[in-house]
Design a protein around this ligand. Structure first.
Ligand code: ATP
Ligand code: LTN
Length: 348
């Protein structure tokens, strides 16, 4: 038996049965062009087709040390960026993860059906913990279980993310499957939704690693001023060839061309024609202007939102109020299946 959930109701939208989308970003300060092209832009494009829930996952952010004052600022900034990029509160619920206590509560229960061996295989944990050594928190290890709880609480059908999160969404599927096997059909199986182009924007200073908010030198910030964007792109690491062609083995060039392709919506061959007989300098100059132009409206809307904090906070409050009933309902079903608690269910 699958649990009857009206997916539209789950985000407080009118009764139209649309598949549910859930995704989130950590409020850890610097928001990159990788976050935008790999995630936020796709959420915005697909918004009308789905019942959408987008979270600011602050409980994930604290798995590595955060300054409390900066964290609060980053939560607000990320909310304003979601809105500035075109997430529409009419079509999407936007909320802060820690405002809905069912997330960590479900995560705790899912912890008990998740073998440690599954978590040991998570590549993001391996690379992040290697940088932290003895400082690595238990929370960082458990991070993917909290992410599974985020997704499963709302019976999400699709999880639009960049390539680096695919393994975590697959883990959420495994956890749902295991829970359902042990306690009966309760949780909905989610699917990762990853675009072919843009799923992995690479660092401008080291094109063999992902553009990351923790490495701002190689990243373009969504809120970076135009001159900073130009400087970072002009300095982007390439190679000593000259011809501008889509060649995966030339990682730096391929990355710049992929960004160009995403922002121009032109085909690969059209772009190669455009740069035939011209060098990397021309490509970088044109790309820099294209990025500056693409970010200009986002930055100007961000400026307006930053000047209206009450408006942004109101949207976050309303978002949490919209999603809470579904979160509470799923958690209650899960507790009942597992045999937890008596206050709600009573006895016998
Ligand atoms: P860190 O790099 O410090 O781990 P992050 O930016 O990957 O941080 P999040 O901010 O939580 O972590 O990522 C939010 C979303 O952005 C995820 O869907 C992730 O896959 C996507 N994303 C992040 N970086 C890139 C990138 N370089 N290319 C494409 N998508 C990305
Ligand atoms: N781990 C994700 C952020 C995240 C997320 C989620 C993404 C937390 N919970 C649920 C999709 C669905 C990351 O991008 N670092």
């Amino acid at each position: 038996m699958t649990v009857a959930v009206d997916p539209s109701r789950s985000v407080g939208l009118e009764a139209q049965a649309k598949p549910v989308v859930f995704s989130g970003i950590q409020p850890s300060g610097y928001i990159t062009l990788g976050n935008y092209l790999g995630a936020i832009r796709n959420w915005v494009d697909d918004q009308p087709r789905f019942a959408n829930i987008f979270s600011i996952v602050d409980l994930h952010a604290i798995t590595v040390p955060q300054d409390p004052v900066e964290l609060r600022g980053s939560i607000f900034t990320l909310a304003a960026v979601y809105l500035a990029c075109g997430i529409d509160p009419q079509q999407s619920a936007i909320f802060v993860q820690s405002d809905v206590h069912e997330h960590p509560e479900l995560a705790w229960i899912l912890n008990s059906v998740t073998p440690v061996g599954w978590l040991n295989r998570m590549t993001q944990y391996k690379s992040k913990s290697a940088k932290q050594r003895e400082q690595t928190s238990a929370g960082l290890f458990d991070y993917p279980v909290l992410m599974a709880a985020d997704i499963l609480l709302y019976h999400a059908n699709y999880v639009p993310v960049g390539e680096d999160q695919k393994q975590h969404v697959e883990l959420a599927r495994d956890i749902a499957d295991r829970f359902n096997g042990l306690f009966g059909e309760t949780l909905t199986m989610p699917e990762p939704s990853i675009r072919q182009v843009g799923a992995r924007i690479m660092s401008l200073s080291d094109p063999t690693s992902k553009m990351s908010k923790s490495e701002p030198e190689g990243a373009i910030g969504l809120l970076d001023p135009p001159d900073v964007i130009r400087r970072k792109i002009m300095r982007a690491q390439t190679d000593s060839f000259r011809d501008v062609v889509f060649d995966r083995s030339r990682a730096g060039l391929f990355n710049l061309l992929s960004i160009y392709r995403l922002l121009s919506n032109e085909t690969e061959s059209r772009i190669e024609e455009r740069f035939a007989g011209r060098g990397y300098g021309d490509l970088k100059r044109e790309l820099a202007e294209m990025v500056v132009d693409a970010l200009e409206p986002i930055q100007s809307r961000y400026g307006e939102l930053a000047a209206a904090p009450d408006h942004v906070v109101g949207i976050l409050r309303e978002g949490a109020d919209r999603v809470r009933p579904t979160a509470a309902e799923t958690l209650a079903q899960v507790k009942e299946r597992v045999g937890l608690g008596v206050a709600r269910i009573g006895w016998p």
